[in-house]
Every structure is written in C-alpha cells, then in structure tokens.
Design a binder for this molecule. Structure first.
Ligand SMILES: Nc1ncnc2c1ncn2[C@@H]1O[C@H](COP(=O)(O)OP(=O)(O)O)[C@@H](O)[C@H]1O
Ligand SMILES: [Mg+2]
Length: 368
C-alpha cells in the first residue's frame, strides 16, 4: 500500500551512499553535507527522495541547528527546478513592513525612499523554489498575504496595480510548534494546512548520536583544510563528551565546536560542555545507537554487556526496517514474518523511531 510502484521515488535517482559527503551544485549555490547512516534519519532522507521530484509544499520542522535548511536545499537540488533559483527568506530577520516589501517587491514611489522598483522574493523565485525559513514568526497580516499567494500564485507588488503571476515551489521551515501556535490564535489555521501538505521532522542530534562520528570527521577535515591547519586527533575523553553531551544547538553547535578545536588547536574547552553547561532534560534522549565498528574509541569504555545490548538493538532496528520495506510497510505482514505479535511490532517500531516513517509514508501515498 505504501509505495505504489509508479510512485515518483521509483524513477528518481537512487539515494547517495550513506556516510559519503555529497557535494551538490545548483544555480548559484553549493552544499556539502553527509547523509549519515542513521536509523533516525532514514525516514527523513526517504521522504526527501519521494517528495523532491514533486511540486508539493513541504513544511520542515525541528529544533534550531538540526539541518532543516540542508533538507530544504536538498529538496530543491533533487527537484526538476534545480537549475532555477533557490530563494531563502528568513521570516524572523526583518520587521513586518520590510518583510512585506521584501516578499512582494514594490514599484517606484510605493513609499518614501522607493526610488526604484524592486522585485520581491516571490518574483525572484519564479521557476524555482522559495524557502520560507522560520515561517512561524511571520506576522499575522503577512500570513494572510502568503496564503493568498499560495492559493492564487499571483500577487501585486506594493504600490502596483499589476498582477504578477509566479510559478514557485514553496518550502517552509520552523522550530516552533505550529499546531500549538494555531491553537493560541497566533498562526492562521488555513495557512498551516496549506503549508503542512507534506511535513518532514528532522530529529535533534541527541536522538541520532550515531551520526556524530561521521559529522565530526567531516567537519574536522573541512575546517582543517579551510584554515590550513593540521587535522586534529581527538582524545578519547573528547569523544566521550561528544557522545554524551545533549547538543542543545544540534549540528550547528557541534560544527562550531569543531571549528574552534581546529582554530585553537586545543580541545581543552570541550570537557566544560558536560561539566558546566546546563543540560537539556534527558526525557527526549533515546539510548545512543551503536557506533560504527570502525571507530571503537568510546566502545572500550562501555563494557561488554552494554556493547552487546546496543549491537542487539541495532540488529533489531535494521531487521525491522528491512522487513517493513520488503512488505511495503504492511504491518500485519511484517509481524507475521518477524514472528512477533502485531502489538509487539508496533512497540518495536516506536522504539526504533519508525512510527514517524510510517506516518509520513502513509500521508504521501494518500496524496501523491
Ligand atoms: N547532514 C549534515 N552534514 C553536514 N553538515 C550539516 C548536516 N546537517 C546540518 N549541517 C550543518 O549544520 C548547520 C546547521 O544546519 P541548518 O540546516 O542551518 O539547520 P537549521 O536550519 O535546522 O537551523 C549548517 O552549517 C549545516 O551545514
Ligand atoms: Mg535555519
């Protein structure tokens, strides 16, 4: 039921090998990130593969620094619009009036100081993708404007009587709980439903710690090369902190930390992350997934029992994923093949963060 065989995902290029840096080029920008071999990110990259080729509006949610912009850019680069503009608008960065003229553009004389006409971001994104970052911060009257543009793909620049028609794909991101803002009357529900046609939740770094080794390696190489410094070898103690710290600033914080290590040629400050800094509540912290065997640095500290427990957990997760894929996410069938009850299967899926994958896959097959 999930993956119709004629779904766009089938005809799109295969996902890149996991764990490889993927430099990608589009019109005017280049991104390099890694598709880490993380169970928690599988649903994200699967979803990217499936929705990228479509024109569907996508809402990307997740804490600050988890990679929402990376996901947005990937969607654009994997879409037929890749050679057209990708225009980012940070809805939190400008006061309301400026944001409005930024989005819609204006004619000469539209307001004092408007000496020359200026095209808005919607117009600049024509043929391509507009990325509305921090969309949760959009002031309420601009929410109405945005809704109108989304519905009609047509708008008038400030001070203009002409209608501008645009062909744009809309991707929005927020670190806010938009549903909650809707409840509190701070965000229009009709706009929320428009934006939330497809949603992609990017989990916090503390829930996908198995990516840390690859990310660390990636950033060390990148910044050592960029600053012409030797590539540092991290101590086991630093690795331990990296694997245990809650990373409230997510990948951005990890990246800055590594940049600092490269520049200072010292990792002394790292220990303070766990000793001094306030930690996030551990409620949301799932047990760290096992680390790649090629990087046994912190394994040695775990003890055999814990190593075995984690290995079993990983094997279970991989088997679940594999079988679910084989049976196209038919849970009754998956339970039968895995020789567990339906209830146990649901429990296990939840434990392995596969509930979300199912929800998004389901929503997608219903719409695409
Ligand atoms: N998978 C990844 N591989 C490499 N770098 C990443 C990855 N995900 C995020 N980053 C980096 O982390 C930083 C924060 O990512 P960003 O997409 O801006 O997060 P958000 O938009 O959620 O705040 C950026 O510098 C980005 O390049
Ligand atoms: Mg961002």
């Amino acid at each position: 039921m999930m993956r119709a065989s004629q779904s766009p995902a089938r005809s799109s290029p295969a996902p890149p090998e996991t764990g490889q840096p993927v430099p990608a080029r589009g019109a005017g920008f280049e991104v390099d990130w890694i598709f880490a071999r993380s169970l928690r990110m599988r649903p994200v990259w699967d979803m990217v593969e499936r929705v990228a080729p479509t024109d569907a509006t996508v809402l990307i949610t997740g804490e600050s620094g988890v990679g929402k912009e990376v996901v947005a850019r990937t969607l654009h680069l994997k879409s037929p619009r890749r050679d057209r503009p990708f225009v980012k608008v940070n809805c939190a960065a400008l006061p309301a009036e400026l944001l409005e003229s930024e989005l819609l553009g204006y004619e000469r004389g539209a307001f004092t100081g408007a000496h020359r006409p200026k095209p808005g971001k919607f117009e600049l994104a024509h043929g391509g993708t507009i990325f509305l970052d921090e969309v949760g911060e959009l002031p309420i009257h601009l929410q109405a404007k945005l809704l109108q543009v989304l519905q009609d793909r047509e708008f008038s620049p400030l001070g203009s009587t002409r209608d501008v028609r645009v062909d744009i794909r809309v991707i929005a991101a927020t670190n806010r709980d938009l549903a909650e803002r809707v409840q509190r009357g701070e965000f229009r529900d009709d706009l929320y439903y428009r934006l939330n046609v497809m949603s992609i939740f990017v989990p916090p770094l503390r829930d996908r710690r198995d990516e840390i080794p690859q990310l660390v390696e990636h950033f060390l190489q990148k910044y050592a090369a960029q600053y012409g410094r030797p590539e540092p070898r991290l101590s086991p103690e630093t690795w331990r902190v990296f694997m245990e710290y809650a990373w409230p600033g997510n990948i951005r914080e990890l990246e800055n930390c590594l940049k600092r290590i490269v520049l200072l040629e010292s990792e002394d400050f790292v220990a303070a992350l766990v000793n001094g800094a306030p930690q996030r509540p551990s409620v949301a912290v799932t047990p760290a997934l096992p680390v790649a065997p090629s990087r046994p640095v912190w394994d040695a500290q775990l003890g055999l029992k814990e190593i075995a427990r984690r290995a079993a957990h990983e094997a279970e997760g991989l088997a679940l994923r594999e079988v679910l894929d084989q049976v196209r996410w038919h849970r009754v069938e998956a339970a039968r093949r895995l020789k567990v009850s339906y209830k146990t299967l649901l429990q296990k899926m939840k434990q392995h963060g596969l509930g979300l994958a199912l929800a998004v896959a389901g929503a997608l097959s219903a719409r695409v």
